[in-house]
Design a binder for this molecule. Structure first.
Ligand code: FE2
Ligand code: FE2
Length: 312
């Protein structure tokens, strides 16, 4: 199933207008489809390629992992952007704010909906049978998924961590997009184009995120801030060491390729726990210079200092 330029898929995400033409999807040439014989993710962003047992996988297994991890990344983008849409939509309903901040919030929500649409379409074009018009395939197996989306992010004045997650996550998406732009000769062109288009909006969003922290976090109680630090710390830890995502993707590969001896996958799951000690991987994904806005903010807000652990 291939999509025409401005066609949106049926979905049940909060506040989405199924008849609307989303602007980034309209810029994609979906009829190109994806190239299944090449990578969908830049090789240096593949977390398991840094692990000792990686070279024990066959070429077919490596390619499948690369492609499924690229899809999982799109799903994470959709999930996190949906969470931020939920928080900011709530704030627009309950908070009094000046007209400029209100406009920024409204623009942010509209653009993030556009991004969700883009990545959902990309997953569906790449693996139509798996996604079948839905936004999630790999992530739907995350048990905490609905709890976060339906509870935590609907209370943005209580669980303040959304504002910090926004700046961390959005700066990370810029890093991801740059890696796709750099790898465009070796990575599928539809994936590269989608991440390139995403980059254009995210550069401005990081500036919005600073205003969100100043307006929706700064003056809140120390107790709420403490909770925010803890939640952000745990979330970033999971982003760096994506054990759950790996387990789900490995399960799919093992089933699809009918692999009987799974010892290499067991070893990879043990080795992934030490990924944070791998300087090469951390340099690509978590270098301090690449997280300029986030690390500057961490300096301004001393309670966030535990997060320095994740910036090398
Ligand atoms: Fe986005
Ligand atoms: Fe964004």
């Amino acid at each position: 199933m291939l999509l025409k330029g401005n066609q949106s898929l049926s979905r049940k995400l909060n506040g989405f207008n199924e008849t609307k033409t989303y602007k980034l999807s309209a810029k994609m040439n979906w009829s190109l489809g994806v190239n299944r014989s090449i990578a969908w993710l830049p090789s240096n962003m593949n977390p398991i390629s840094y692990l000792p047992s990686y070279n024990l996988l066959s070429g077919e297994e490596k390619l499948k992992f690369n492609q499924y991890y690229a899809l999982g990344l799109c799903e994470k983008f959709v999930f996190l952007e949906e969470c931020l849409i939920t928080s900011i939509t709530k704030l627009l309903q309950v908070e009094s704010m000046n007209s400029q901040l209100r406009l920024q919030c409204e623009q942010f929500v509209e653009e993030e909906k556009d991004h969700c649409d883009l990545f959902i379409n990309l997953c569906n074009v790449a693996e139509p049978k798996k996604y079948n018009g839905k936004p999630y395939y790999f992530l739907k197996q995350f048990k905490s998924h609905n709890f976060f989306a339906d509870f935590i992010f609907k209370k943005p004045n209580l669980f303040l961590f959304w504002s910090w997650l926004a700046v961390y996550f959005e700066e990370k998406t810029i890093i991801v997009s740059h890696e796709y732009v750099n790898a465009k000769k070796s990575v599928d062109s539809l994936f590269c184009k989608a991440h390139f288009l995403h980059l254009q909006d995210e550069l401005q969003h990081v500036q919005f995120d600073i205003d969100f922290i100043n307006n929706f976090y700064k003056t809140k109680s120390n107790y709420k801030k403490k909770i925010a630090v803890k939640m952000l710390y745990n979330t970033v830890n999971k982003i760096i060491v994506p054990s759950k995502t790996l387990k789900i993707i490995f399960k799919s590969i093992i089933n699809e390729l009918k692999i009987k001896d799974t010892s290499v996958y067991d070893s990879l799951l043990k080795e992934i726990k030490f990924l944070m000690n791998n300087k090469l991987y951390m340099d690509v994904m978590f270098k301090k210079e690449k997280f300029k806005t986030f690390s500057n903010l961490v300096t301004l807000y001393p309670e966030m200092s535990p997060l320095n652990k994740f910036l090398c």
